[in-house]
Structures are given as structure tokens and as C-alpha cells.
Design a protein around this ligand. Sequence first.
Ligand code: NAD
Length: 268
Amino acid sequence: MATVKMGVVGCAGRMGQALLRQIDATEGCAIAGGIERPGHDAIGSDLGTLAGLAALDIAVGDDAAALFAASDVVLDFTVPAAAVAHAKLAAEAGKGLVAGTTGLEPDQEAAIAEAATKASIVRAANMSVGVNLLVNLVREVAARLDPDWDIEVVEMHHKHKVDAPSGTALTLGRAAAEGRGVGHDQVAVRGRDGITGERVRGSIGYAVLRGGNVAGEHSVMFAAENERVVLSHLATDRAIFARGGVTAARWLAGKAPGLYDMNDVLGF
Ligand code: NAD
């Protein structure tokens, strides 16, 4: 199999750097380049040094179109507006895209789906093997338990995270709603404060914690009278997301245009 050339947008970010290290460490993959938002301090510095690797003699750039031209697949873990712009570029260039950014509004998700009519895109709020297994387990458990089992999703992340609940928490909540055969947005309770009244039967609640450098912890609780089932995933290093992202990028090379998820990549 030919070497897959991978470009990283947001290469100076926490995930960007982890992705560079993972591409460097993965057989059959090569770093095609990396870009940052215009004006970022890292522009012009060596991409390898930036990620704690040996110098690569590739400078961090800010030209997204040039990065797409040089890459087979681009990995995007940035911010929602940039994620949409990069999906459009992937469609124009006919290149693969691993779209990992979270916190997108429904119209922004729709723009990524539209781009996937022309580009092959893996879209997932969480690229780890464990979380994708958990999503499937949650759907299955929710399908077996009636609404007397209250569903609550609890997540904790590092203090720098800007969106809440996490994209992964929402994916888990949606899987629970799917399993139960209800519309997620009709039953979701995304935060509680003050005199909220009693819990509504069949609702799916969210609770969010932020602090320290927690890479990502998620629990889905099914609570009934006198018993609880708790399904959890604990990430101790964001390298697991980078590993999943690079696995997705390798899988994408040569795939027909379409919107894929990690179930497709992992064969779950
Ligand atoms: P971060 O803030 O450390 O990094 C984001 C980087 O993107 C920054 O360096 C920023 O300058 C850069 N950026 C912003 N706009 C840009 C543009 N127009 N062009 C190029 N670069 C641009 O954040 P992070 O912790 O690395 O997370 C990034 C995103 O990835 C978040 O949405 C996070 O929730 C998501 N994430 C997804 C997964 C997953 O598995 N799907 C895992 C972890 C994080």
C-alpha cells in the first residue's frame, strides 16, 4: 500500500501536535505539512520541532488550499468555522478529510455532510476505539431498558475545553435516544439549575465538569429504583484520539466520496 500523505490543520493545537507525533510513528503514513490560523505564533517554525519530534524541514504554514493540494488526507481538529471551511476545501480538491472538531451547530454539521457528497469524510466527535465501542453498548442497553430507567450522561474534561456538553457526551446521548426509539432533542435536558421540578420520565440528562488536564471521561447511567447500570470510558491521554484519527485517515485513502463514521473505520 502506498504511503498516505497526511496534512494537519491546527497543527500547533493539543490534538494537532498529538496527530503529528502519531503520523510520524505510524508505518505507511507521511507528514505532508501543517497549517495554523493566520497570525499564529507557530507559523514559520519547524513542524517536527513543534510536536517534539526531530526537525522535519517543513515550516508551519497558513495556506489551507496549498496543504490540501499536498495531502492525500487532511486531519482537522480545530474550531467549528474552520472545520466547515476545510470541509469545503476537501470537496473542491477531492481529498479525504478526518473531521474531528466538536461543538458544531446543526447548519455547520449539514455543511460537512454536503461536502461529503464530493469528498470522502470521516466525521466523529470521538475517534477512540473505546468510546466507539461504548456508543454501541449504550444504544443496545437503552433498547433493552424501559423509560423507568432514567438516563444521565456525565462528562469531565480539561479546563481549556470550550464546548459543553462534549461532542462525545452528545453522541452517547443520541445513541441512548436511538436505542429507546425517541428523538434526542425532544428529551435532552442539557443542564439543571434552580427549582427545576421533578425529573421528567424518559428525559436524557447531561452533567458537565471541567478542570485540570483531564483528557476526557464519560459515563452513561441507567438509574432505576434501587439499582444503577453505569457504562464508562476514561481517556488518560489524547494520544488515543490521535491514533484513531490516523487510523481513520489511512482507511480513507482511496475511498469513494461519502460521510463515514468510526463504526465504518473500525468495522464495528
Ligand atoms: P486547541 O485549541 O489546542 O487546538 C486547536 C487549534 O486549531 C489551535 O492551535 C488553533 O490556532 C487552530 N485553528 C483555529 N482556527 C484555525 C484555522 N482557521 N486554520 C488552522 N488552524 C486553526 O484544541 P484541541 O484540544 O486540540 O481540540 C480541537 C478540537 O478537537 C476541539 O473541537 C475538540 O473538542 C476536538 N477533539 C476531538 C476529538 C475527537 O476524537 N474527535 C478528540 C479531542 C479533541
